[in-house]
Ligand binder design. Structure first.
Ligand code: FES
Length: 143
């Protein structure tokens, strides 16, 4: 049943409240979406490589580019690291010389674990988790 004195002022008040609550609900949804997409990072694509296809990774210290941007370095019998070679300064491709990375654009350097050793870059190279399956001789890289 409608209130007896439901006038224009009441209508506007009710409309404003409905609009405000609706806006808040939409904002909350957007935040949830943003949080969900943030939490997806690190759970994305897995690339599985067969080490037989990368003879350079057969011995400790060996390295191989497994995509145009990702290098895998064997650091132990069953230990590997995977790094994105994109410089964190202005996104040039760094070059790996066996002991570290050098950026040809402005001279940043990184150690072989991707840690900045000389600027202007201030952030380490992006790294990816790896897991080695000795039985299959495969390496999974979580990109
Ligand atoms: S882009 Fe690598 S040092 Fe500037």
């Amino acid at each position: 049943m409608e209130p007896k004195n439901f006038n224009r002022r009441d209508f506007l008040k009710t409309s404003f409240k409905t609009f405000a609550v609706g806006s808040l609900a939409l904002s909350a949804l957007d935040v949830k979406k943003i949080l969900a997409s943030e939490s997806l990072e690190g759970t994305g694509i897995q690339k599985v490589i067969n080490l037989a296809d990368y003879p350079e990774l057969g011995s400790v210290g060996g390295s191989a580019m497994i995509t145009g941007k990702v290098i895998v370095i064997r650091t132990g019998g069953s230990k590997f690291i995977a790094l994105n070679i994109t410089c964190t300064h202005k996104k040039c491709d760094t070059e790996f010389d066996g002991s570290g990375f050098t950026c040809p654009c402005h001279g940043s350097t990184y150690d072989k674990n991707g840690k900045v050793t000389n600027g202007p870059a201030t952030k380490n190279l992006k790294s990816y988790k790896t897991s080695f399956n000795e039985a299959d001789n495969t390496l999974t890289i979580n990109m």
